[in-house]
Design a binder for this molecule. Sequence first.
Ligand code: UD1
Ligand code: CA
Length: 454
Amino acid sequence: MSTTVIILAAGKGTRMRSNLPKVLQPLAGRPLLGHVINTAKKLQADHIITIYGHGGALVQNAFAHEQVQWVEQAEQLGTGHAVKVTLPVLPREGVSLILSGDVPCITEQTLQKLLDVSRETQIGLVTLTLADATGYGRIVRENGKIQAIVEHKDASEAQRQIQEINTGIYCVSNAKLHEWLPKLSNNNAQGEYYLTDIVAMAIADGLEVASVEPQLAFEVEGVNDRVQLAALEREFQNFQAKQLMQQGVHLIDPTRFDLRGNLTAGKDVRIDINVIIEGDCELGDGVEIGAGCILKNTKIAAGTKVQPYSVFDQAVVGEAAQIGPFSRLRPGAVLANEVHIGNFVEVKNSQIGLGSKANHFTYLGDAEVGAGSNIGAGTITCNYDGANKFKTIIGDQVFIGSNSSLVAPVTIANGATVGAGSTITRDVAEQCLAVERSKQFTKENYQRPQKLKK
Ligand code: UD1
Ligand code: CA
């Protein structure tokens, strides 16, 4: 049976007070709508149809790489009208999961349960029981069976006492959507075409309406303003942190951990407080990440220790390396096993070989460093002449003295030594010493200038 996912995303989101359409606001680094599309993909939906209205072009451009069908709802006449505008492109067979672009945390597990219970009935809902149900559509049951959804504004005093609410997530047979949606009316308190009215239509057709509850309440929480967005962000982060801990990651304080993407972690990975992980990151067994580090699209192999406040972006680090504190690894930094990168060392688009060290105040850009080399404090690869970038090649067992400038393109061959303070503009051959500095001048018994007497 084919599955279509219909995502309602035409609302304005006025309460966000933002120039960015609501469904593009980020939760855990990904637009709200992106979470829903991702979940639809995990369910292997055959079609994903998104209903857009406000900020249409912006929203479509943000998902240009996704296989999504876009349907415009020019005027927001209600949730029922929104789904109705998809009918020209909605398949006639199979079922649709109807989701909201601003309810980002719904899980594939809950949706799979919904699909399962709705298979026989042709219609099913995700409902939730709340202590305070104010504002929501209420689930009206008789003898335990769902009869209708009544919107808060249309509900009687007695109906407003009902605590079971409609979360706005449905599974409906496409044939039934084609049959029911053209029959919706807007004769209600809000003058809108309510999608919720299809429940009463199903009952009139003699169908039963199935329902499931989400495993966790935050799955069905919507975002209308920035306060709700921040609250949901924390709940989502706690949920992710719990999953990581259950997989064996040692988070020193899960309330001070942020994952904005995906983390694959080995055994006994230990992450100190205030670490942010973005994009796709991988940490091998026993990796330790110190406080305040930021990792983006980075891979760190087993046994490597990262000291506090180090920043990684598209870096690859080998095993048993030592990084930080205050190191910066930029795109294309590829470090072999046992490399040491220390404080205020920046590495960009450079390969550093086995066991090589750059421990203090250094810039390595567009460089290739062999194994067992030592890059002294304050070494700079001068890779840029203001117009073009050039490479610095440093061999194995090279010693670069402190405060040296290596003006690329330049090669320092295996076993070579560069004296401290040198500006190296020509290649240095194997095993040679290159020193480039003026001779030291010494004056004996030197008298410093005295203060003038007034
Ligand atoms: C809806 C449900 C209510 C449920 C609640 C859960 C109806 C009539 N009511 O109410 O039973 O308890 O959600 O949050 O469906 N949208 C469009 N086009 C429109 C109108 C809405 O795309 O013309 C989208 C919105 O952007 C939003 C979603 O549909 O993503 C829900 O709309 P909203 O106005 O928030 O519905 P509620 O009145 O909260
Ligand atoms: Ca709402």
